[in-house]
Design a protein around this ligand. Structure first.
Ligand code: VG1
Ligand code: CO
Length: 560
């Protein structure tokens, strides 16, 4: 192939958010828009840079993914990349990419996903760059991508024949002066399944499923990327019947749905679990890094999920072998995990929202298990959150506990946990696609109140006295980098918290997230539904923050 210097016009909106660049498909389809972003990404790669590098490429199967891969091949060739490892049909879950980068010691990866956002010609697409540890690029790199993209004038463009992504195997393309680009299409699922076999005790889970022959499981891939992974794990590996999975064919538009595993968007799963009294229901999002776990009448709140996994981790072979060096949660995630850490006598960390903040802690051996309230749970087996990992972790723990206490269920696990640690009631209200300017003003007002110090000692609602109010700022203990303005924290004297922040993953307008948490120590009071236990504090928070006034919404779009 030949390499041409192709003039291009810079776009000023290529700023990666919490998790990569996410925009409408139409935006990516503008002339050279996708080319520009890939060019900027390759130029921003840490030393020694793109030339001679190996990159893993794949995505959640959404609309425009395959076109983007051909563009990546052309720009990669133009920039001297040596090798591209691509998932068959362009399919790779986010956790699978993270694992493949590590396994092949690649220099990074390009993920084609907008996660849980809907897909299709009029919906969303996204591009995210991960670095050589397998995790999302840290802010220093995403800022660099943005600044290069903002003043880009030239693409290094090669024009290669279209690569057939359906065929497994390697092809070599000869470039100028002896350079080559190797493009290898790999099985999307195999390596990831091998990793899961090492992390968990599949024999123990199989024994459990045989012993508890009445046990029913339903996994819903919501037509996202985890379909083939889920089928392979639950049906082939664990021997569950075909009826244990649904919506397992990845579709470019996710079947018209919203591939977000929460009680609102995964309603079909929720309804079936209730109607058919299914013991264990689980779902993951478009790109496979999120998870939701439910049972009949039971919802495993993600903040509790990571706390339970940490408390029970020694039942999982991977942690039996490697131990648990520390745990971490994102700032808005409830403090349930902190209580477990204190009892285990291990460090716990609070980082800003977004998985990129966990990477340094893991790489330096400080962190083993972490989670976010937004249905994200994971460990240092890779550097992304991992939906199927979380589901298998719960199954493994269930199987192990059931050997000691026959008849263990999701509910008994949670109730035992609350009895030991107390319960951190937690809820999140999302106000999606509200007016961006007004939402910004709302945040500014809160920020002003925080910095003036006037809030401390004030009462909000009845009985909630503010002990601390700030805009969360984080200094990375490993590299000293500072992330500011990460969300308003209102912390009360009894440890209850109200958090307000704007989403960094939306593609249209602004999304306001209101997080409310209250701790209950009294073990006779831990069985109240969360909505009831938090009612007063939620109402007080909405009024104080000025939700109706600034968003014009009386009701949130989604309640978790
Ligand atoms: C949201 C979640 C955050 C998560 C991020 C990416 O970000 O709140 O916890 O890490 O999505 O998840 P935001 O900025 O919209 O609140 V995923 O599955 O979209 O990679
Ligand atoms: Co996701």
């Amino acid at each position: 192939f030949q390499i041409a210097s192709q003039p291009t016009k810079a776009y000023d909106d290529q700023k990666p958010g919490t998790s990569g660049l996410r925009k409408r498909v139409k935006t990516f389809q503008q002339k050279y828009y996708t080319h520009n972003f890939i060019q900027a990404t390759l130029e921003a790669m840490p030393s020694p840079g793109a030339k001679g590098s190996t990159l893993v490429v794949g995505g959640d199967g959404r609309y425009y993914g395959k076109e983007a891969i051909q563009i990546i091949i052309d720009i990669a060739a133009g920039n001297g990349v040596s090798k591209l490892i691509i998932g068959q049909e362009g399919i790779l879950s986010t956790p699978a990419v993270s694992h493949l980068i590590r396994k092949h010691k690649a220099d990074g990866g390009i993920l084609l996903t907008a996660s849980h956002n809907p897909g299709g010609p009029d919906k969303d697409f996204g591009i995210k760059f991960n670095v050589s540890n397998g995790g999302p690029a840290p802010e220093a790199i995403t800022n660099k991508i943005f600044s290069i993209a903002s003043s880009l004038t030239t693409l290094s463009l090669a024009s290669l024949p279209k690569v057939d992504l359906s065929k497994l195997g390697s092809q070599e393309f000869q470039g100028p002066s002896g350079s080559t680009l190797n493009v290898t299409v790999i099985d999307s699922v195999e390596s990831y399944v091998q990793l899961m076999r090492q992390v968990f005790d599949f024999d123990q889970i199989r024994r459990f499923l045989q012993r508890r022959s009445d046990f029913t499981l339903l996994f819903d891939a919501l037509h996202g990327v985890t379909g083939p992974y889920g089928r392979r794990l639950f049906i082939q590996e664990l021997g569950l019947p075909d009826s244990s999975v649904q919506h397992c064919i990845p579709k470019p538009d996710f079947g018209g749905g919203h591939p977000d595993p929460n009680l609102t968007y995964a309603h079909e799963l929720v309804e079936r679990v209730e109607a058919e009294s299914i013991h264990f229901g689980a779902a993951s999002d478009g790109d496979g890094d999120r998870n939701m776990i439910i049972g009949k009448g039971v919802f495993v709140n993600p903040s509790d999920s990571v706390a339970v996994l940490a408390a029970q981790a020694k039942r999982i072979p991977y942690f039996k072998k490697h131990g648990i060096s520390g745990v971490a949660r994102s700032m808005p995630t409830s403090q349930a995990l902190d209580r477990v850490a204190k009892r285990l006598g291990i460090p716990h960390y609070e980082v800003p929202t977004g998985w990129k903040f966990f990477g340094n802690l893991m790489d330096s051996g400080k962190l083993s298990i972490c989670g976010e309230e937004s249905f994200g749970t994971g460990s240092d087996h890779i550097r992304e959150k991992d939906g199927l990992w979380a589901i298998l972790a719960w199954l493994n723990i269930l199987a192990s506990l059931d050997e000691e206490t026959p008849g263990t269920t999701l509910d008994t696990i949670l109730q035992d946990h609350y009895a030991t640690y107390g319960r951190n009631y937690f809820t999140r209200y999302d106000y999606e696609e509200v007016d961006g300017d007004r939402a910004g003003e709302m945040m500014e007002r809160l920020r002003r109140w925080c910095s003036s110090g006037e809030l401390v000692g004030k009462e909000m609602g009845s009985g909630f006295t503010l002990a601390q109010a700030d805009d969360f700022s984080y200094t990375d203990p490993v590299d000293g980098s500072v992330a500011k303005k990460q969300g308003i924290r209102l912390i009360f004297q009894d440890g209850s918290r109200v958090i307000v922040r704007l989403s960094g993953t939306g593609s249209q307008g602004a999304t306001v997230r209101l997080y409310v948490e209250r701790y209950e120590e009294d073990s006779s009071k831990v069985k109240t539904p969360a909505s009831e236990a938090l009612k007063d504090l939620v109402e007080a928070a909405q009024a104080f923050v000025g939700i109706v006034e600034y968003t014009g919404r009386k009701e949130p779009t989604v309640i978790t």
